[in-house]
Design a protein around this ligand. Structure first.
Ligand code: GDP
Ligand code: ZN
Length: 311
């Protein structure tokens, strides 16, 4: 229902998810997955990156069970059989009966890259990606690129400011360099994933931060990859323990199964409202606690807007 750009290059057909097999106690160090193709992955060893095949079993469920950022061990035949347990993940929620796709694993921070003017700011997309990231245990920040196009009038940024989304926002411009230092300091020493709609300037921003062009793969030898452009996520090393995963452009981010509880988790001040009816929709019902809460500032109009956008 909500397609994601460029993500279907290693789609497996929909099928019931096989039971997770327990990882065999294979010896050897945990290896970081930095890129994935159909049936194989590039992992980072102590001597540098190398490719390893996936077992057939893992290949059949790789879109869910293997992602860039995962840690894996090789089986005695040098194949990847299973990822180690994750501490966080960003998953595309499951539209209908298809298995969910894991976009990235084990990231500290998801940076939602947005832009103004061209393409315009899409606050609802920020809300949805942010919610999925928060559900997966990732911190979230928003980089709003192309602010040079706004001139002096920054009022349109209010639509996506922290008071509304709950995520810190860094206005940036690759053209003027504004905000790049602030963004760098958010990223320093962490593993981050850049996620955003295509055209927002994600590749330009990564080039400014990494010093090479991820779109052409020009200097990606350092990451053990040839100059072919690839469509899946890729992890890059920016030095100083700073690592960034570039993810494919997200055309739309399905959050089809955001349920009531998840929305309330993200908006505790709204969940805390005391209304006469237990399942009050806070839309003018008698005895609704919302008007009082708005009055005394426990709930802000901005947060209420964001909450309503997620319905
Ligand atoms: P991606 O699809 O998100 O990777 O976007 P690109 O990096 O390919 O950029 C899309 C277009 O936006 C290109 O024409 C860039 O030159 C332009 N662009 C990127 N960053 C900026 C910026 O900060 N300001 C302006 N005005 N244009 C930008
Ligand atoms: Zn109510």
């Amino acid at each position: 229902m909500f397609p994601i750009d460029d993500l279907d290059d290693f789609d497996a057909p929909a099928r019931p998810r096989p039971p997770r097999r327990k990882a065999a106690a294979t010896p050897g160090p945990a290896l970081l997955v930095i890129h994935i193709e159909r049936g194989r992955a590039t992992v980072l060893g102590s001597e540098g990156p190398f490719e390893a095949e996936l077992t057939r079993d893992l290949a059949a469920r790789q879109r869910t069970d293997l992602a860039v950022g995962d840690l894996v061990r090789l089986d005695p035949r040098g194949r990847i059989a299973e990822a180690l347990p994750r501490r966080s993940s960003l998953c595309r929620p499951d539209p209908g009966d298809r298995v969910p796709r894991t976009l990235v694993a084990n990231v500290d921070l998801v940076v939602i890259v947005a832009s103004v003017v061209a393409p315009p700011l899409r606050p609802r997309l920020i809300d949805r990606i942010g919610l999925a990231a928060a559900r997966g245990g990732c911190a979230v920040a928003v980089a709003i690129n192309k602010v040079d196009l706004l001139g002096d009038d920054r009022s349109s940024l209010a639509e996506a400011d922290e008071s509304r989304t709950g995520f810190p926002v860094v206005p940036v411009s690759v053209v003027t360099g504004e905000g790049l230092e602030e963004l760098r300091s958010c990223l320093r020493g962490r593993l981050s994933a850049f996620v955003g709609h295509s055209g927002v300037g994600k590749s330009s921003l990564l080039k400014a931060l990494l010093g090479f062009d991820v779109a052409t793969g020009a200097v990606s030898e350092g990451n053990g990859r040839g100059a072919h452009t690839t469509r899946g996520s890729t992890l890059y090393d920016a030095g100083d323990g700073t690592r960034i995963i570039d993810t494919p452009g997200v055309r739309a981010f399905g959050l089809s199964e955001v349920d009531h509880d998840e929305r309330e988790d993200a908006f505790p001040e709204i969940a805390a409202l005391e209304c006469r009816f237990r399942n009050c929709a806070h839309a003018g019902e008698p005895g609704c606690g919302l008007p009082d809460a708005l009055e005394d500032g426990r709930v802000t109009e901005a947060r209420l807007d964001a909450w309503r956008r997620l319905r």
